[in-house]
Design a protein around this ligand. Structure first.
Ligand code: AMP
Ligand code: GLY
Length: 422
């Protein structure tokens, strides 16, 4: 079977490594992939947003199955285009990917169907947003409607800062069209939990929960990043919380999408906050998270290709999806300066024996050497019986990786370990 994976980060590397466990996955092509993924699959230099080139490649190559991992091609409708050519896909169609593509859509969906989330107002007019902020409670959370490379959310401590955020989105158009509409919402408190789920539109199967570490520096200081590390499972996601999430959030969301004629098939990611009033949705993603995937998939005991195909064929109810009850930790090594300006081109040294646990995100191959080419360069994952062992093992392994501009957080998992003791 010829499989095509769209994307080129650590998440895609984790997906590729897992798909390869099935001998039916004879050939895996990754578009565009990266220098590290190239050790596990054939990388093809086509951008994840070049939809026409992707479709042409898939037809020429005789791709049997496609996995579309990143948000942009999903929101742009790549799955619809591939399906029109008869190529089965893992990932939602355009009309369902809007659950991530438009925050206004997702907030209105939650309001219409009574799914718990922060109170909010939508604005298309800047003057109206600014005058609303004259009396709105602070902190206020200002969100650009569309995709904004994970940077479209501003938590403003003061009314003036909130107004500044509104102006940056609606007047300076910092996020382009994504900021033409904005959401201003209530600031919620509580621990955050990421729950990725498989859904075929009929059944929803949550994967093991995880905890991201979004800030660049230890102690949750520094700027927001794409994610500097993850652990799974997330101790705040107790069986009681999981039950409430299933009844109040997961099943109602899948039903709401069906009722809107937007059946969601693929990986639906629930970004949750466990507030004093119960679990609430912070955001939906229409795809696997990065770096959540790097801890979740290593704990999946079932065959990933089989589960993905069951989602595509709407047979998830009959397909076992089993996760290990062990723990996993992933530490991201980034280039100094990330998420702002950083250098590229440093040589990366990864000992062969740990490569199976390394997920390469930002690296290119040149003359047989791996060089840094992105902010987040790679992640190293360890699985163990307990979370503290997994964290220790991940740090031991990342200590064997070297590049001159490397930095990583030293406290991945600390908060989760403290929560377990409370
Ligand atoms: P997002 O880009 O939607 O993942 O949001 C980035 C981060 O902003 C989230 O992970 C939360 O930590 C925070 N956040 C978003 N919305 C809220 C909210 N209503 N209250 C508190 N924190 C929020
Ligand atoms: N790690 C958060 C995300 O993938 O959106």
């Amino acid at each position: 079977m010829k499989i095509m994976v769209i994307g080129g980060g650590g998440r895609e590397h984790a997906i590729v490594k897992k798909l390869k466990e099935n001998p039916a996955a004879e050939e895996i092509f990754v578009l565009p992939g990266n220098g590290g993924i190239a050790k596990d699959a054939v990388c093809v230099d086509i951008a994840a947003t070049d939809l026409d080139a992707i479709v042409a490649f898939a037809k020429e190559t005789g791709i049997d199955y496609a996995v579309v991992a990143p948000d942009d091609p999903l929101v742009l409708g790549l799955v619809d285009l591939l399906e029109a050519e008869g190529i089965p896909c893992f990932g939602p169609r355009k009309n369902a990917a809007i659950i991530e593509g438009s925050k206004v859509f997702s907030k209105n969906l939650m309001r219409k169907y009574g799914i718990p989330t922060a109170r909010y107002e939508v604005f298309t007019d800047m003057a109206a947003a600014l005058s609303y902020l004259d009396t709105a409670p602070v902190p206020a959370v200002v969100k650009a409607d569309g995709l904004a490379l994970g940077k479209g959310v501003i938590i403003a401590e003061t009314r003036e800062a909130a107004k500044e955020a509104v102006r940056s989105m609606m007047e300076e158009k910092k996020f382009g069209k994504s900021g033409e509409q904005i959401v201003i919402e209530e600031f919620l408190t509580g621990p955050e939990v990421s729950v990725l789920s498989f859904t075929d539109g009929k059944t929803v199967v949550p994967m093991v929960s995880s905890m991201d570490h979004k800030r660049a520096l230890d102690g949750d200081l520094g700027l927001n990043t794409g994610g500097m590390g993850t652990v799974a499972p997330n101790p705040y996601y107790t069986p009681a919380v999981a039950e409430r999430c299933m009844d109040e959030i997961f099943l109602p969301t899948v039903a709401a999408m069906n009722a809107e004629g937007r059946t969601f098939k693929g990986c639906l990611y629930f970004g949750l906050m466990i507030t004093p009033d119960g679990p609430k949705v912070i955001e939906y993603n229409c795809r696997f998270g990065d770096p959540e995937t790097q801890v979740v998939l290593p704990l999946l005991e079932s065959d990933l290709l089989t589960v993905m195909q069951a989602v595509t064929n709407e047979k998830l109810a009959e397909t076992p999806v089993v996760f290990s009850d062990r723990s996993a930790a992933c530490v991201i090594a980034a280039s100094k300066g990330y998420p702002e300006k950083y250098e590229k081109g440093a040589g990366i040294d990864i000992p062969e024996e740990i490569f199976p646990d390394v997920f390469v995100a930002g690296a290119k191959a040149e003359n047989g050497k791996l060089l840094t080419s992105g902010g987040r360069v790679l992640g190293v994952t360890a699985v163990a019986d307990t979370l503290s062992e997994a964290v220790a093992a991940a740090y031991e392994k990342i200590g064997k990786v070297q590049f001159s501009t490397m930095f990583y957080r030293r406290d991945i998992g600390r908060r989760a370990l403290q929560a377990k003791e409370d």
